[in-house]
Design a protein around this ligand. Structure first.
Ligand SMILES: [Cu+2]
Length: 303
């Protein structure tokens, strides 16, 4: 029975647990249009051939530049039951106002161990849809489910306050330029990875191979595989300073682009400044890709 077809499946589940359906009475269901058609998706869902997919934001905030988590709840259209055991990948594209397209780093979705049909997804937005009232472009977030897909249009906001993303650039570490343009420095994207505590700070690091490819950065990862720009990460150090670069502490590789440093001794409730340095195969990445530029980025963090 699918009463209240205008609300999401998730909200509907909550409502079913409450007294609201009883208060509304069974007559409220008589006019619902999806009751007899299990293949129809609710209005808050996206439909592919076989699935109804609901996008459930990870928090109260809208999508923002930096790390975002969300859940995709996937039901089978055939019988309106949760679809389990699927492989769900993300394929985000920003359609820039100027006509260019680019992707952004993501981690593919992981099936929930507790809620059937839920897939937990993580994406790291490199650009806002709009900056200071000026449109930058539109994000198209495609979830690829086997041979099918659905797309969402998240509005990605700028952030204020603590640093959520910073970039460093390769010096002799280059990628192909745009058509007709010279090679350019490989850009490394350092994202704040979750909450910071007085003790602990995490990063997710990705690197650009092309406008459409931003793989995670970790030991033995290979960028631009099989091309003249191939770079295998044979050595990598992510280190962090809390004293303006006088002393550095190495972060721990937690795998698949995640790095974490503990033992920071930050001050709670105020903005602390961290310096973050990234060295790949012996080359410290710099602010602008020149060999003489500052070879670290600065994060403002408030534990
Ligand atoms: Cu963009």
């Amino acid at each position: 029975m699918k009463c209240l077809s205008v609300v999401s499946a998730r909200t509907e589940a909550y409502l079913k647990l409450s007294l609201i359906p009883l208060l509304l009475g069974l007559t409220a269901c008589a006019s619902s249009n999806n009751d007899d058609d299990p293949t129809a998706c609710d209005s808050g869902e996206k439909a592919s051939d076989s699935y109804c997919v609901e996008y459930i934001p990870g928090g109260a905030m809208a999508e923002q530049v930096g790390k975002n988590t969300f859940t995709l709840h996937i039901d089978k259209r055939a019988d309106n039951t949760p679809a389990t055991g699927l492989t769900v990948d993300l394929a985000p594209v920003m359609h820039m106002v100027g006509g260019m397209n680019h992707a952004t780093p993501d981690e593919d979705c992981i099936e929930s161990a507790t809620i059937a049909g839920d897939y937990l997804c993580t994406i790291y937005y490199v650009m806002a849809s709009e900056m200071n009232g000026v449109a930058m472009g539109d994000w198209e977030l495609t979830a690829v489910i086997g041979s099918e897909s659905v797309s969402f249009s998240p509005k990605v906001m700028m952030t204020m306050g603590d640093t959520v993303m910073a970039k460093l650039k390769g010096v002799s570490d280059l990628i192909p330029g745009m058509i007709g343009m010279p090679d350019e420095s490989r850009t490394y994207y350092l994202f704040k990875d979750g909450m910071v505590s007085t003790d602990s700070f995490g990063l997710f690091i990705a690197a650009r191979e092309s406008m459409m490819s931003f793989p995670a950065v970790y030991l033995s990862q290979t960028f631009n595989n099989g091309t003249a720009y191939e770079l295998m990460v044979a050595g990598i150090v992510v280190d962090i300073s809390t004293d303006g670069g006088a002393t550095w502490l190495a972060a721990t590789d937690e795998g698949k682009g995640h790095w974490r440093i503990n033992g920071l001794g930050l001050t709670a409730g105020v903005a602390n400044t961290l310096q973050v340095r990234l060295t790949v195969n012996g080359e410290a990445k710099t602010l602008d890709g020149s060999g003489v530029a500052q070879d670290y980025q600065t994060f403002t963090v408030t534990p």
